[in-house]
Design a binder for this molecule. Structure first.
Ligand code: NAP
Length: 76
């Protein structure tokens, strides 16, 4: 039942900088974190760094470019 109430967070641009630090802090507090990045290689490298810190139980990687699908809408 505890799993049903576990908190989750999705962090964009998380392979470095503020996003990476947010992932680290949330996961260290027991929150389930989806670390996302637009570049799969950089994202998986960031995931590896957090796993080295012992946070692997609380972090998964998902590829996400927030600009995908943001092209200008068609004009009618
Ligand atoms: N650092 C500060 O003190 C500070 C203060 C106030 C506000 N901010 C703002 O907070 C934001 C993050 O700052 P930061 O210092 O952490 O910057 P950063 O180190 O440059 O990191 C930016 C992150 O966003 C990712 N990103 C850029 N475009 C993306 C897209 N289309 N889809 C997915 N991810 C994308 C980058 O991925 P790639 O590695 O693939 O480029 C990188 O992971 C910025 O908007 C910045 O202006 C920063």
């Amino acid at each position: 039942m505890a799993e049903a109430t576990k908190r989750h967070a999705v962090v964009t641009g998380a392979n470095k900088g503020i996003g990476f630090e947010i992932c680290k802090q949330l996961a260290s507090k027991g929150i389930m974190v989806v670390l996302t990045a637009r570049d799969e290689k950089r994202g998986l490298e960031a995931l590896g760094k957090l796993k080295e810190l012992g946070l692997s139980d609380n972090i998964v990687f998902h590829h996400l470019d927030i600009a995908d699908g943001l092209a200008a809408p068609p004009t009618y």
